[in-house]
Design a protein around this ligand. Structure first.
Ligand code: ADP
Length: 262
């Protein structure tokens, strides 16, 4: 009934089917592994601030509440850990939406100069505390329009500038530049901070990946900032680039399409 060539064809089809199933199974296994790891990481990250806040509250309940000198200190620490927990849950929601692919970008004209100076105004106090100077290569009243999702690009800049300040020593300089590349504008956030050793460079965008866990924890942060940055930048058809030299500083950059009025 079947000629020789059609038998070969049937074999090939069966093989392709089985092979397809095999790679589907591999993919599902990979996905399950990824989910387990994510859950394990999340539980671990949640536990830290919960344990700490719980500890302070119980110490207060066990009598420290009557200790005038320490009660305020313990309350403040409990509050700080709860604030951290809140930030972590917000970032987790953002990451999980993004990884599920259910984010829509609302592209609109955005003036980068205005946005960057607004962020500087917000961060000035924080930067001053450690004597860090914030600089920009354009004036406050200049207009550089790009096509971007305003809220999300704001978050990208906040995350990058916050890191630049966090991972700098006293007296450092954080400089944001916007460079005209023709069709696109390049945004660069450069610091004179502690830098990142080369072996960590391609891992810092993974969620919860930190170069120096104890330092990062002491400074604060959710460990999700850069993975959020990467998702948002990629949703704007760009890559996020990083260059860094330990002891000298780091430079993060990405590009956005220029906004051209119709
Ligand atoms: P975190 O909340 O820990 O800052 P991020 O995802 O924002 O999480 O960053 C991941 C890690 O990358 C940080 O813990 C830090 O080790 C490193 N890192 C990020 N930005 C910088 C920077 N500007 N200078 C030095 N190290 C940085």
């Amino acid at each position: 009934k079947y000629g020789h060539s059609s038998i070969i064809q049937i074999h090939e089809e069966i093989y392709a089917y089985a092979h397809g199933k095999q790679s589907e199974i591999e993919e599902l296994k990979q996905l399950a592994k990824f989910r387990r790891q994510f859950l394990a990481d999340v539980s671990h990250e949640l536990k830290t601030p919960i344990f700490a806040a719980q500890g302070f509250v119980h110490t207060l309940l066990d009598g420290a509440i009557d200790d005038k000198k320490n009660r305020m200190k313990f309350l403040k620490r409990a509050a700080k850990n709860l604030d951290g927990l809140d930030m972590l849950v917000q970032d987790l929601l953002t990451v999980s939406h993004m990884e599920a692919g259910d984010i829509t970008m609302h592209l609109e004209p955005v003036n980068l100069c205005e946005m960057i100076f607004e962020i500087f105004d917000q961060m000035e106090n924080n930067a001053q505390k450690t004597d860090i100077t914030l600089k920009m290569n354009h004036e406050r009243d200049e207009i550089i329009k790009v096509k971007a999702d305003e809220q999300r690009i704001y978050q990208v800049l906040v995350n990058l500038i916050t890191n630049a300040i966090k991972y700098s020593d006293e007296g450092g300089v954080v400089e944001v530049s916007v460079v005209d590349l023709g069709e696109r504008q390049q945004v660069i956030v450069k610091d004179t901070g502690i830098g990142i050793p080369p072996e960590h460079l391609n891992r810092i965008f993974e969620r919860f990946y930190r170069v120096d866990k104890s330092r990062a924890r002491a400074i604060g942060g959710t460990g999700l900032g850069l993975s959020i940055v990467k998702h948002i930048v990629e949703a704007h058809d760009s890559d996020i680039h990083v260059k860094s030299t330990p002891g000298e500083g780091s430079e993060f950059s990405f590009e956005l399409d220029k906004y051209i009025a119709q």
